[in-house]
Design a protein around this ligand. Structure first.
Ligand code: EPZ
Length: 423
């Protein structure tokens, strides 16, 4: 298995360009199934998850012309030839569940092997199913436990749906199903992530009638048909936050291009509390960790616009070395502290109690052999490797390949010493 070798780095300097958002492009690719016309999606990141989604859509009958080297994917689904998602693809990527909405809207049936939990939590989909049932979908009882999830519907009819938790995936599935339902659907307590706004913008360009995306109440008026469009994906706010942290943890001074400051307000505020200087210029966002002493702050993850759970482990890397103790509370996933054991192998001496982590801070970390336990924890270990004495060897980096495009090249462009070694 491939590994990253990370050396202690001088303060990062220079500029980095953020890629398109993984968590926007995946639902938007699924949504392209809703029309038989051609969709051209641009600024698509060249990631493993995007490749898996391409293969999944092809297995359902889509024609994909992916030019990922040009960050473009063209999708045309004249006819859906299968309404069953293959298990070997679903098990690679939870986001496969997103195709259930378009499959039902186009064919009236869907068979999806349940992706099951993953490292960070059980990740059930009862809210997705609650929304689908509200729109008239029949879900075969106990399906999804023993075998795949079997769903079918004769006529999608709009309805009101309250989400007990503002689930990103459930909000996206309900929107993608309701756009072709008869009548109006209102989602209360909807997720407000920017990726949902990007999905709604894509669907509205296709002829859908969605209002309120990005707020906790989304109203969808069903339409007869949707047409093909071209669309630029928003920048990846989690990748952007990861590079913002890399400048602060190394006491560097970097320019981040292709970033939407409104999408990174929470991370910007917390880094300023730590003493970072952050400001926008015509070219992008300047992040400086070399002006003031870098001190600790507390973090509590929440649904958007709260502090993003996907930046919890990267931010903890900074807190392990910044001045003073801090507390991190993870409220979104029930098991998202696996990186703590890896940080402690490097000398961080972090303690956890339930969804709470206590970080003493001010540690001089030592390079070690560590394992990426999920996509974001892998990124966090690169950050600790940049400031640890000696060399840090990060294995299981296939997680990182899923969500960060050209990660090594981008860090090397900022002066970091990272090499990828293939077994
Ligand atoms: C999306 O996952 C993202 N993935 C995740 O990013 C992100 O961490 C998460 O949203 C939260 O922001 C994609 O967009 C592809 P949720 P999703 O449904 O949709 C519970 C990354 O690193 N829940 O909002 O699966 C669930 O168990 C990934 O890029 C239910 O209980 O997240 C979790 O604890 C990781 N029942 C919480 O809600 C449900 O029916 C958030 O889940 C649905 C969710």
């Amino acid at each position: 298995m491939a590994k990253f070798l990370v050396q202690k780095s001088a303060p990062l300097q220079g500029e980095v360009e953020i890629s398109g958002a993984k968590n926007a492009v995946l639902p938007i690719m699924a949504a392209s199934l809703l029309t038989e016309e051609n969709c051209v999606i641009m600024d698509t990141p060249a990631l493993r998850d995007v490749d898996v989604m391409c293969r999944l859509l092809e297995s359902l009958g889509a024609e994909i012309h992916d030019k990922l080297e040009e960050n473009t994917v063209e999708i045309e689904t004249k006819a859906i030839t299968k309404s069953e998602a293959p298990f070997e693809l679903v098990k690679k990527m939870r986001a496969s569940i997103l195709v259930i909405g378009p499959l039902l809207a186009r064919t009236g049936k869907a068979t999806i092997p349940l992706p099951g939990g993953c490292a960070i939590g059980k990740r059930p989909i009862e809210l997705h199913l609650k929304g689908l049932r509200a729109l008239g979908v029949e879900i075969q009882e106990d399906s999804g436990q023993q075998g795949p999830l079997e769903a079918k519907v004769d006529r999608l009819v709009g309805n009101d749906v309250y989400l007990d938790f503002p689930s990103v995936g459930a909000t996206e599935v309900i929107i993608m199903t309701a756009v072709l339902a008869e009548g109006t659907t209102v989602i209360e307590n909807a997720a407000q992530e920017p990726e949902i706004v990007d999905l709604a913008n894509f669907l509205n360009k296709m002829g859908a009638r969605i209002k309120g995306a990005g707020t906790d109440t989304v109203k969808i008026e069903g339409v007869e048909k949707l047409h093909g469009v071209s669309h630029h994906i928003i920048p990846d706010r989690i990748e952007a936050g990861t590079f913002m942290l890399s400048a602060v943890i190394t006491r560097g001074n970097i320019l981040i291009k292709n970033i939407l400051p409104d999408h990174v307000k929470a991370i910007t505020a917390k880094l300023r509390e730590c003493g970072a200087e952050i400001f926008m210029t015509d070219e992008g966002m300047v992040v400086r960790g070399d002006v003031n002493p870098i001190i600790s702050t507390d973090i509590k993850t929440l649904p958007y616009p709260g502090f993003p759970t996907d930046l919890q482990s990267p931010f903890m890397a900074l807190l392990a070395v910044s001045r003073g103790p801090s507390v991190v509370i993870e409220t979104v996933f029930e098991n998202r502290f696996m990186h703590v054991a890896e940080f402690n192998r490097m000398g961080a001496n972090i303690k956890t109690e339930g969804n709470c982590a206590i970080i003493p801070g001010e540690k001089q970390l030592q390079g070690a052999q560590v394992v990426a336990t999920d996509l974001r924890a892998g990124a966090a270990l690169i950050l600790t490797g940049l400031v640890a004495e000696g060399t840090t060897e990060v294995s299981d980096i296939y997680h990182i390949d899923r969500g960060y495009e050209k990660f090594v090249e981008k860090f090397r462009g900022l002066g970091a010493t990272i090499i990828r070694i293939e077994d």
